[in-house]
Design a protein around this ligand. Structure first.
Ligand code: ADQ
Length: 747
């Protein structure tokens, strides 16, 4: 793609490039005896992106809809040349790729599973293999044109691996991913043998968007339960990079749909339809022919309606417009047959001379005809069994220029959360659809107008242009947040400096947190006893006369003593409430109170009893609720309730409530690692200080250290420490290196 080659760009070009990647391009190429034909369909996304053209140069990457096996080299070149005029880069797929990647993994595995049809889901390894290969081909196509500062927006379930593949090649690229279909609950998603790979692929993006908040929640839940990534307000850290997950309910080109009914051509189509329908009420059903759209269930409900409300016989016509879709996939072929049989049955059993109850059209119609149908219909019956958003519902409301018309909408459509004034139904409940139809047909005109005006106002505000702008703005925001919070890993040169300073100095203070820093986390706190290697290491470090080694922990003093006594290290217990120097005698740092425990302990115990896997640990000046082994979602709810309950109860008791790593700790106010370290620092003139810790209590310690101290946060979240380190193992390696520095003995 010469014309798109990033290297050929004017270096001073003002506009950032936005590379939009989706399985299908908005231009479809077909071939017949006359040669190639290019057909453009103006989708909402094209309009939305066009509105950014002031600031961005928009490029497209995708499949043009024709299989590569049907094209010779010169035809491929013809397509490439033609697409280059509109900054479009085609990805050619072979017949086999279409079969296994598109019809197979995308539409026989992901589509049914994500729409809650697990029994229709096919798990085939060869589909998965092809899915990976095609995602890699898309990756190469993007890499051919992408420059380092470009913004890349990947769309939908066909390309869930692509963000991750791009991230490997372009580590600092700005990548967004939007899923247009629902993200399922963890219980369904976990069925996929390739769940880890798919999640990791998606999390290659900086921003992950869904239509609804439910999908956001389900995705975050799967990321937590499958990959162990916890989030805070929808932001998580994956591979040392902040990733934001949020909902962006897609809008429509409101202007276009609300103005189109005034068009001459539309008006004449509408008049023609009206003439044919006569005085009858029109109920309209418009979808791609897909089993998730609930078309069969809708028709069955309509049949039931005609039986239950015979007065509507010959007074109403249901127009079913079904766009052919995935016509080579078995389940879609069967659906078509089923629909045609059902339509025949209803018309045969309920119809009369001069009245056909169901008008069925199996085709895509031009925009003007679609709008004519929207504007003629009295009721828009949109009852998908599950739908990411459903734009038909929004288009129907927008096209009601006089404000009349009633939308009956499934609660399973993402659109339902924005279109609350519609009659909302459970699409699986045929009785509810029957009642809704009757209510819709009898709704007073003023009420119809009232309801539609409110929805129109909302739709006119959150249009597809706003949607695109919002997504891109959020992507830019997360990128700058990443820069501000970039994790400062202890690099090789930093490490060399640290070791050099250790070697050079003779009065060193080593401040080491225990859990999560010197040892990894385990299910129960009593299982985290030090291993041989750690004991040897601490002993060796403490043996060096130039070192004062402090293990500073939240644990109670008895445990620390049992585990670490005799190694020559000083101990600080309960986050600074107690300390013992080399003589092994424990001293209380200050006079703290603990009478509040009688009030708080029963509450903690109660929560523990109600949460399987949770338990209470009691220390002298604190109480800890542990929930590492509890069900994560239940623990999440309980933690919030618990913190609220305790905060209310302990207002005047002089205690603080803290959330740590899978714990809630309540401790006497005034106890902090910062306070004790501040005092310790004054006991000598330290020329080398190393402090390592992993959780919120260690932040107090980092806070009081002099600026040249080597402070290290274990883990990659944001911290006051100067450096981050990936794991306990990495810290031990560093400590081992220090312990091997020649032991210095006082002259
Ligand atoms: P779809 O499943 O295709 O989209 P939908 O959002 O309703 O569902 O979009 C269908 C589009 O096709 C509408 O713009 C509609 O006007 C058009 N259309 C339908 N029937 C037609 C016909 N007979 N002739 C011409 N045009 C017709 C997927 C997800 C949705 C999500 C969208 C956008 O499944 O949940 O809303 O992407 O993210």
């Amino acid at each position: 793609m010469e014309a798109l080659n990033a290297k050929n760009q004017d270096p001073g070009r003002p506009r950032t490039r936005l590379i939009n990647v989706s399985n299908r391009l908005s231009v479809t190429v077909t071939k017949n005896a006359d040669g190639l034909h290019f057909e453009e369909s103006v989708g909402g996304l094209t309009t939305g992106l066009a509105s950014l053209s002031q600031d961005y140069e928009i490029c497209w990457v995708g499949w043009p809809g024709i299989t590569a096996d049907d094209l010779d080299d010169s035809q491929k070149q013809q397509i490439v040349n033609r697409f280059a005029e509109t900054s479009t880069c085609p990805v050619f797929l072979s017949t086999e790729q279409v079969e296994h990647f598109y019809e197979g993994f995308s539409n026989k595995t992901i589509w049914p599973l994500f729409h809650y049809f697990p029994l229709n889901t096919v798990f085939e390894d060869r589909y998965w293999q092809e899915y990976q290969r095609v995602n890699e081909e898309f990756c190469s196509a993007v890499l051919d044109i992408a420059g380092p500062d470009d913004c890349i927006w990947v769309h939908d379930y066909h390309l869930m691996l692509l963000p991750g593949l791009l991230r490997d090649k372009l580590p600092s690229a700005k990548i967004g991913f939007f899923l247009h279909i629902p993200f399922p609950s963890f219980e369904l998603f976990r069925l996929l043998p390739w769940r880890r790979e798919l999640l990791t692929g998606i999390l290659g993006a900086d921003l992950v968007g869904f239509h609804t908040y439910d999908s956001v929640t389900y995705f975050l839940n799967s990321a937590s339960r499958i990959l162990g990534y916890e989030h805070s307000m929808g932001t998580l850290t994956a591979d040392n990079r902040l990733v934001k997950v949020d909902s962006f309910p897609m809008g429509i080109d409101y202007e276009r749909y609300s103005q189109a009914p005034y068009d001459e051509k539309v008006r004449s189509y509408a008049a023609e339809i009206r003439r044919k329908v006569g005085d009858r009420k029109v109920v309209l059903s418009v979808d791609r022919l897909d089993y998730t759209k609930g078309i069969i269930e809708r028709l069955e409900a309509y049949e039931m309606f005609l039986s239950e409300y015979p007065r509507y016989k010959a007074q109403v016509t249901l127009i079913v417009l079904a766009v052919p879709s995935r016509a080579h996939v078995d389940s879609y072929m069967q659906l078509r047959e089923q629909l045609e049989r059902l339509t025949g049955r209803i018309n045969g059993e309920h119809g009369a001379i001069g009245w056909v109850p169901v008008w069925y059209l199996y085709r895509a119609v031009p925009f003007e005809q679609l709008i004519a149908l929207y504007s003629v219909a009295d009721v828009g019956l949109v009852t998908p069994l599950r739908d990411g958003m459903n734009l038909v519902a929004k288009e129907f409301v927008a096209a009601r220029t006089d404000g009349t018309g009633v939308l009956v909408l499934s609660e399973m459509a993402g659109a339902a959360s924005e279109l609350g004034e519609a009659i909302i139904v459970n699409a699986h409940d045929k009785h509810a659809i029957v009642r809704a139809l009757a209510e819709a047909l009898e709704m007073p005109r003023e009420e119809q107008i009232d309801r539609n005006r409110s929805m129109q106002e909302r739709l006119s505000r959150y249009t597809v242009k706003r949607w695109v702008a919002d997504f891109i703005e959020t992507l830019n925001d997360i990128k700058s947040t990443q820069r501000q919070h970039s994790v400062r890993l202890l690099t090789r040169p930093d490490k060399d400096k640290l070791v050099a300073s250790y070697k050079k100095n003779r009065n060193r203070l080593l401040l080491l947190d225990y859990d999560g820093t010197l040892v990894g986390f385990v299910d129960r706190p009593d299982k985290a006893r030090p291993d041989e290697e750690l004991m040897e290491l601490l002993k060796k470090l403490a043996a060096d006369k130039a070192n004062e080694v402090l293990v500073i922990s939240g644990r109670d003093r008895r445990t620390l003593e049992r585990w670490l006594h005799g190694l020559g290290v000083c101990l600080v217990a309960e986050h600074g409430a107690w300390f013992s120097r080399h003589d092994g005698q424990w001293q209380m740092a200050e006079a703290f109170r603990s009478d509040w425990k009688q009030v708080v302990k029963p509450i903690l115990q109660l929560y523990s009893d109600r949460t399987p896997g949770g338990f209470v640990e009691e220390k002298e000046f604190s109480l800890v609720w542990h929930y590492r082994r509890a069900h994560p979602e239940m623990a999440d709810v309980r933690t919030k309730e618990l913190i609220h309950a305790i905060a209310n109860m302990t207002k005047n008791l002089g205690v603080g409530v803290f959330e740590g790593n899978k714990i809630v700790e309540i401790k006497s106010a005034g106890i902090s690692k910062g306070r004790i370290i501040e005092q310790w620092l004054k006991t000598d003139v330290w020329d080398f200080i190393l402090a390592a810790g992993d959780d919120y209590t260690d932040e107090d310690m980092f806070d009081v250290l002099p600026p040249d101290a080597f402070s290290i946060k274990i883990g990659t979240s944001i911290s006051k420490a100067r450096f981050n380190m990936d794991s306990v193992r990495d810290l031990r390696t560093l400590l081992k290196q220090l312990s091997n520095v020649t032991v210095w003995t006082a002259p």
